[in-house]
Ligand binder design. Structure first.
Ligand code: NA7
Length: 548
């Protein structure tokens, strides 16, 4: 299910760096590039055997980004953008991985990446104001700054089903897919979960397997991607106007060129609403989110969009009882991440696909031969866990991070994550979290959110150097105020109503806290810039190491 275990490299001698970066995905790669530009010594530790992060691990059939390829790519280098050609409107996982390898080669990043090396622990030394970082290969390194580029959806989660380890067939998690691929020909396959990963993979698995059983606990809203080859005129237009498009995306709420209609849904007469939704459905993807201004803040407005999509599902799925099961009803549309699919609902018209409602007939046990629900037993050759991630905090909690007075981050976050700007944590000086909880992150085009954080951190480190500052730390007041603000803004929207991974509802026992910042990437960027311009307001800066 996972990468082959890395061979021990032996205990390496201690070394000292300006910065350690954890993770070689979109965040870590750009961070390394920026730090090198500042003349700082930096090293990435990466658990995988190659670059890519999320795009290294998520290799399930049909894995594809739900943000359009021209937008879901770095904007920091015009040359990079001019020389790289995306082939499809929505890039597939292999293409994104090729792109990230190209970036790593082009900027000569790999020489400072230690692959197949997992950071196990990071401890802050208050006397020296430095972090000691340890890896599973016995390496120990001291760095002034520790930068977590660990991703928001990188800690894969397999629920603790009874009998989970007794199954004698093959099991897979979508987020740890075998590199050699999987041939499901002739197999009876069970897919557990109906989030984005299942919605992308089920149509592909169904074309191969003899039968697919989809176990759905909560139906999801999905809109068509209308994916296809990128038309040359689209690429030409992008290259001609790239600077303008990128600037718009950087300041937009979702970091996307969404074409947001400012009119509230309820001000439009029903026919106008209908044709607006139809037009967005034809465009495909997240365009649906921009149809009206109030979809995510007004339940009645949201209902009009939700009912539109439910009607579409009824129109696609031929068996009315199956269609009925696929209709999401108990949360507003887009308050769980909207899925973007290619033929998902139509897949349920195939004779070799069965939908099982795991809400009314829950999965009770995984057996040696398959799976048992409260109603029936299913004989399976393989089980695919499309069960998601311990989102936003999981990858950080998996590392033993200890700040001042040896306090563990896990302990500090036991009631839910607390950060200042999603960038720093009180009690953990010189530790940065790229797209950490409390920042726009997953509610924005991730690449735009990442670039904004990396640039802010790099500028901050340059400032600290110029002003001879040894440590920076979020103040208690600033952190408290930011956490309150993140909650306040979230509560003006419908988002907290859904049992989503945004609130940790998919992980039993995880405190229910709305983790990302929904104030919008543009607004957030401005706040971060103002804070920096005011000499890093809300941060305590110390010119030499302090004991406490
Ligand atoms: P998601 O969106 O978290 O989906 C996980 C799915 O697995 C979801 O349908 C869950 O149902 C289901 N699940 C989780 N635990 C169980 C148990 N115990 N029993 C039955 N079903 C379960 O993860 P994805 O990988 O699809 O997508 C993650 C993000 O990646 C996505 O949002 C995009 O941003 C890209 P639930 O809804 O919790 O009832």
């Amino acid at each position: 299910m996972s990468e082959s275990p890395s061979k021990p490299r032996g205990v390496e001698p201690s070394s000292a760096l300006d910065a350690v970066i954890v993770g070689a995905g979109f965040s870590g790669l750009y961070m390394l590039h920026r730090l090198r530009g500042l003349g700082l010594s930096a090293r990435i530790y990466e658990a995988g055997s190659g670059v890519g992060g999320t795009w290294f691990w998520n290799r399930y059939p049909g894995a594809r980004c739900d943000v359009e390829s021209l937008e879901y790519s770095y904007s920091f280098s015009e040359e990079l953008e001019r020389e790289w050609q995306w082939t499809e409107r929505y890039a597939s996982q292999p293409e994104i991985l090729r792109y990230l390898n190209h970036v790593a080669e082009r900027f000569d990043l790999k020489r400072d990446i230690r692959f197949e090396t997992r950071v196990t622990c990071a401890i802050f030394d208050e006397t020296a104001s430095r972090w000691t970082v340890q890896t599973d290969r016995g390496e120990r390194v001291s760095a002034q700054f520790c930068i977590m580029a660990t991703g928001c959806l990188s800690a894969a989660k397999i629920p603790d089903f009874k009998g989970r380890d007794t199954f004698q067939g093959k099991t897979y998690h979508t987020g740890h897919w075998p590199h050699e691929g999987v041939d499901f020909s002739g197999q009876r396959v069970g897919v557990i979960g109906t989030g984005s990963s299942a919605i992308q993979s089920v149509p592909n698995i169904a074309r191969q397997a003899s039968h697919v059983f989809v176990f759905q606990r909560t139906p999801n809203f999905s809109v068509p991607a209308h994916n296809g080859p990128l038309a040359p005129e689209v690429t030409r237009d992008w290259k001609m106007h790239r600077a303008e498009y990128r600037q718009r995306a950087r300041t937009a709420a979702f970091g996307l060129l969404l074409d947001q209609n400012e009119k509230p849904a309820l001000e439009a007469p029903p026919e106008e609403r209908q044709s607006a939704y139809e037009e967005r459905w034809r465009r495909g993807g997240f365009a649906m989110l921009g149809t009206f201004a109030d979809i995510i803040v007004n339940k009645e407005a949201n209902d009009t969009a939700a009912e539109f999509v439910r009607t579409k599902i009824r129109g696609i799925v031929r068996d009315p009882s199956v269609a009925e099961k696929l209709l999401p009803r108990d949360y507003p549309i887009a308050t769980k991440r909207l899925c973007v699919d290619t033929g998902y609902y139509a897949t349920f018209n195939r004779d070799n696909v069965t939908l099982i409602d795991a809400r009314t007939t829950p999965i009770q046990e995984i057996t040696p031969t398959g799976l048992r629900t409260s109603e029936a037993e299913y004989t399976l050759d393989s089980i695919v866990f499309a069960t998601g991630f311990d989102a936003m905090t999981g990858a950080l909690s998996n590392i033993d991070i200890r700040g001042r007075a040896g306090v563990a981050l896990k302990q500090k976050w036991s009631e839910g994550p607390r950060t200042y700007l999603g960038l720093m944590i009180t009690g953990f000086p010189n530790l940065f979290t790229i797209t950490g909880p409390g920042s726009p992150s997953v509610l924005a085009n991730m690449v735009m959110a990442i670039e904004q954080h990396v640039d802010w951190i790099a500028d901050c480190l340059a400032y600290l150097r110029q002003h001879d500052v040894a440590s920076i730390e979020a103040t208690v007041d600033a952190e408290n105020a930011w956490v309150a603000h993140v909650n306040e803004v979230a509560n003006t929207t419908l988002f907290p109503l859904a049992n989503s991974w945004y609130v940790g509802a998919n992980i039993p026992g995880k405190p229910r806290v709305f983790m990302p910042y929904i104030g919008g990437l543009g607004v957030y960027r401005q706040k971060c810039d103002e804070i920096a311009a005011n000499g890093y307001e809300g941060f305590a800066l110390h010119s030499c190491a302090v004991a406490s």
